[in-house]
Design a protein around this ligand. Structure first.
Ligand SMILES: Nc1nc2c(c(=O)[nH]1)N[C@H]1C(S)=C(S)[C@@H](COP(=O)(O)OP(=O)(O)OC[C@H]3O[C@@H](n4cnc5c(=O)[nH]c(N)nc54)[C@H](O)[C@@H]3O)O[C@H]1N2
Ligand SMILES: Nc1nc2c(c(=O)[nH]1)N[C@H]1C(S)=C(S)[C@@H](COP(=O)(O)OP(=O)(O)OC[C@H]3O[C@@H](n4cnc5c(=O)[nH]c(N)nc54)[C@H](O)[C@@H]3O)O[C@H]1N2
Ligand code: SF4
Ligand SMILES: [Mo]
Length: 849
């Protein structure tokens, strides 16, 4: 970079600014990046929210003559410090993607399937909603409203309350679902069943001395990318970074220690680290407690009398030692995990020395496998042993964001809706082999991927399916089941901006706003010890005939339903919702959109009797202007002293809640907890069923036929499954270590490549018991022998002209979900993708041009 006078002045100015700002120093920022003017045109930055991943960053988009041209983090944000990650910068190209759906479409080809042209014809919104309303009325009149299924993907707070929350309730169907169980829900079981926190965690990165990135790569994915990138300097300066990942991820490359673990064996490693911490007296005494006479009785292989250990904030540490950790020497784990015992000891000691200012950042790589609940528990349990829970530089509950709730719809639920809306959901939650006990409640977790199985075994059940912001045929493991299931649905309405694989099965396509740039609503998120409520508002002119499904289409549909003789939904919207400032009731979709957004955000800007915690915002206009509200920072040691939301009030190594879940579930099915564990494919029996422990990985496919363990990982530029149609994403795809632009590669260890006679660019078939995909080979030292890694994200056969080689037919690269097996961690109901649970074979094929 040439040091021009302007940049020089900026650098000098920003250095002075940093020197005077302890906050920025703590964040490790070296240069305050200043927005460059967009010359020659003038414009303005408008606050909104990125939904390129579940971080939901508050951002700003530069509006230039009505066009969204540039993106940056919201300058007020305490979560991203004014930065967005590389994916935030893709927003303009996504917004102006020429392949967007530009007006409502109606299918004219009754045949449905991959490669089948839907023969869509454009229709007006009026006509489209007329058709949808007719179908809905017809189904209600037939007395079977439960046969309407609504599936939501991403959402803002308005959709959560309106579409997911009340549409099906007022209509009379129990079958409203989210796609959360395709995401990373098993993670929540770790903190959930140990400390009562069924949630993703926050981390006090600014004060930590040691972080273990375990089965996650937060420099390129996971939930805090801009925050983590901005803190890299401070993290490296203040302490040690450690990464546990079978693949050389960005985090691994930035870390002092990389443990290239054999997929699926993380529980053994956690046990060995615990073993070292306990035998060497490195546990955090203040949090955990100590032996009464002060002498460390944790001796490798020897049980300890629990009566001799006095616990402070934990319950059952000695039981965990006796039942599990005492036998897991670093040498034994090294063999199981294909690691070096000396490295395991070194890492454990580094952690122990830095405790309690340490973070074990557990991610999906640890637990998105068929026995993941227990791996999540045993890896997260290290935070308990190290006393980092709720501590300075440790792991935390997310702070609370402020959000308003919508008025109750109860009055508008008629007899039909009442009697049909309470029926059993079709995702199998709560079945004997699917406890789905999220939040320590049986049957409370969604089992998204199992919906397709129900639809296949009951092909006539679903009469109407409505879905927004989803693409399950692409995003769900063994997604071809979704293609078949959707082909059976007689009437499917997809509410999306892009013509994805799922859209190819739609009868009516309702084109949505691209919410980050064109939507209106609120979204909440957390990170960097704060939570936020961030607005979405139009940052540019809409150039196509699109509407937001959350709060515009809902109203317009409700109006149509009135015309057809069913006024309940519109009555609910028009009677119950009122502007929190003026009290005015909505009379059209635009007013409804504004009012629902104001209600959802009112606690951030409307001063009641109590002061607003966190940022002080002076009314709605000020909120719109600032674009967001930051909460107060999270407090330390919130749950210490018996205040954890667990049965004992402590951090539990013997989980009272999980024990109750297993006992209740077995009573329901007239069996025993051991029989339930067996039915759910876990190996634990007895007390281990409710304790953190290691289970041998469950792998699909015969080892002789499918010799390689498949490692799936996220792509740095993937806005979930939604950026593959962007030339910027394709052009910069090589920023994923080992990958290349405009392509898709299977990364294989040089030793294996040699054995198979493979070299770079060779074309191979990757086959698992579920299917086959074809990609090129990249010979790479970043994966161990016997394992192969491939980024998720390519392999679209639809979505647009760039994402697919031939739109509607031929994919660009291969979709990992065509080879991943449809299996679950059954205690949570979550789909699997990590831990090497799918074995594959690799076969060279001749070049296809
Ligand atoms: N193999 C493998 N599979 C995975 C993953 C993986 O890492 N590997 N990741 C998993 C995870 S963590 C998740 S969360 C899921 C995500 O899976 P999904 O929730 O299915 O997400 P996407 O594939 O991103 O959804 C794409 C859809 O969103 C629509 N869309 C995009 N922007 C908007 C908008 O502003 N408004 C509306 N209404 N629609 C919009 C697009 O048109 C498209 O239909 O995928 C999972 N699948
Ligand atoms: N760039 C990008 N970032 C995203 C998203 C995105 O689409 N793109 N989506 C967001 C969403 S919805 C989610 S849920 C999060 C999740 O994002 P991440 O936390 O990154 O989770 P995964 O994508 O599942 O990544 C799994 C990681 O675990 C490693 N891994 C695989 N098997 C094992 C194993 O057996 N043991 C260990 N230790 N590691 C293993 C993989 O190499 C990979 O690095 O990311 C969010 N952030
Ligand atoms: S993609 Fe995620 S981390 Fe990146 S700017 Fe958007 S919300 Fe933030
Ligand atoms: Mo996710």
């Amino acid at each position: 970079m040439k040091l021009t006078r302007r940049i020089f002045v900026q650098l000098v100015g920003s250095a002075a600014f940093i020197a005077s700002s302890p906050l920025l120093k703590a964040q490790g920022l070296s240069v305050k990046r200043l927005p460059l003017p967009c010359s020659p045109s003038q414009g303005k930055w408008i606050g909104t929210t990125c939904q390129g991943c579940t971080q939901y960053c508050a951002i700003e988009i530069f509006n230039q003559n009505g066009r969204a041209t540039r993106v940056r983090g919201n300058q007020n944000s305490k979560g991203n410090h004014g930065f967005c990650c590389p994916r935030g910068h893709l927003i303009p190209q996504e917004n102006y993607d020429p392949d967007r759906i530009k007006q409502p479409l109606k299918r004219t080809n009754p045949q449905k399937g991959r490669g089948v042209d839907p023969k869509w014809v454009p229709i007006s919104w009026d006509e489209a909603l007329d058709i949808v309303a007719d179908k809905m009325i017809e189904l209600r009149n037939s007395g079977e409203p439960e046969r309407l299924l609504y599936l939501k993907g991403r959402y803002g707070n308005t959709s959560h309350g309106l579409l997911y929350g009340t549409l099906t309730k007022v209509y009379g169907s129990p079958n409203n679902f989210s796609t959360s169980a395709l995401c990373a829900e098993t993670e929540k079981m770790g903190p959930g069943y140990t400390q009562g926190l069924f949630s993703y965690r926050d981390y006090d990165l600014g004060n930590t001395k040691c972080v273990v990135f375990w089965g996650t790569d937060p420099f390129s994915s996971n939930r805090q990318v801009p925050n983590v990138i901005s803190k890299l300097g401070v993290l490296q300066k203040n302490g040690t970074l450690i990464t546990v990942d079978p693949r050389l991820s960005t985090a691994a490359a930035k870390s002092k220690e990389w443990l290239p673990i054999l997929p699926g064996t993380d529980g053994a490693l956690a046990n060995a680290i615990a073993h070292v911490l306990l035998t060497e007296g490195l546990w955090h005494k203040e949090f955990v407690g100590d032996f009464e006479n002060g002498k460390n009785l944790f001796v490798s292989g020897k049980t300890v009398d629990p009566a001799l250990f006095k616990e402070n904030n934990t319950l059952g540490l000695v039981t965990y030692w006796n039942e599990e950790a005492k036998d897991w020497t670093p040498e034994r784990a090294a063999k199981e995990c294909r690691l070096d015992a000396e490295q395991i000891k070194r890492v454990a000691r580094t952690l122990g020395k830095a405790a309690p200012n340490v973070i074990v950042w557990m991610g999906p790589g640890v637990c998105m496998n068929p026995r993941g609940t227990y791996t999540a528990m045993v890896v997260h349990a290290l935070n308990g042993i190290l006393g980092s829970v709720d501590n300075v530089g440790g792991t935390h509950d997310p702070a609370k964001s402020l959000k308003g709730s919508y008025p109750s719809a109860d009055k508008y639920v008629d007899e039909l809706a009442k009697s049909h809306g309470k029926g059993k959901k079709v995702d199998g939650r709560g079945d004997k082999e699917m406890p789905a006990a999220m939040k320590a409640k049986l049957g409370s977790g969604v089992v998204t991927n199992n919906i397709a199985n129900y639809m296949l075994s009951h092909p006539d059940f679903v009469k109407i399916m409505i879905s927004s912001w989803t693409n399950t045929p692409f995003a769900a493991a063994d997604g071809k089941r979704w293609e078949k299931a959707l082909a059976n649905v007689p009437f499917f309405v997809h509410m999306v901006p892009f013509p994805s694989e799922m859209t190819q099965f739609a009868d009516i396509v309702l084109p949505s706003t691209f919410n980050a740039a064109e939507g209106m609503g609120t979204v909440t998120g957390f990170g960097s010890m704060h939570a936020w409520t961030s607005i979405q508002q139009p940052t540019c002119n809409r150039i196509w005939d699109v509407k937001q499904e959350e709060n515009e289409v809902t109203w317009l549909l409700a109006e149509k339903l009135v015309q057809k003789g069913w006024p309940a939904l519109l009555n609910y919207y028009a009677n119950e919702f009122a502007d929190p400032e003026t009290g005015a009731k909505p009379t059209n979709e635009k007013e409804f959109q504004l009012i629902t957004t104001k209600i959802a955000s009112a606690p951030c800007w409307k001063q009641g009797a109590k002061a607003i915690p966190g940022d002080q915002i002076n009314g709605w206009e000020d909120f719109r202007q600032k674009g967001m509200h930051n909460s107060a920072p999270q407090a330390y040691k919130k749950h210490w002293g018996g205040k954890f939301p667990t049965p004992s009030g402590k951090f539990e190594f013997v989980s009272g809640a999980l024990r109750k879940v297993l006992e209740d579930h077995s009573a329901k099915y007239n069996s025993t907890p051991d029989q339930i564990l067996e039915a759910c494919h876990y190996t634990a029996r007895g007390i281990k069923g409710w304790m953190p422990h290691y289970e041998e990985p469950l792998r699909h496919g015969d080892a002789a036929q499918f010799p390689f363990l498949f490692i799936d990982h996220k792509s740095r530029l993937n806005r979930e499954g939604r950026s593959a149609n962007l030339p910027w994403m394709q052009e910069f795809k090589k920023c994923d270590a080992g990958d290349r632009s405009w392509g898709d590669v299977l990364k294989i260890n040089p030793a294996d490549a040699k054995t198979l006679g493979l070299k770079d660019n060779d074309l191979v078939e990757i086959t698992s018991p579920a299917g086959t995909i074809v990609t090129e080979i990249k010979v790479w030292e970043g994966v161990g022998p016997g394992t192969v890694a491939k980024a998720y994200g390519q392999g679209h056969w639809a979505y647009g002209q760039v994402a697919a080689k031939e739109y509607g037919k031929v994919p660009r690269g291969g979709n990992n979900n065509e080879i991943l097996i449809d299996d679950y961690d059954r205690l949570s109901g979550t789909s699997c993708r990590n831990g090497g649970f799918t074995r594959v074979s690799i076969k060279k094929v001749s070049k296809i041009i």
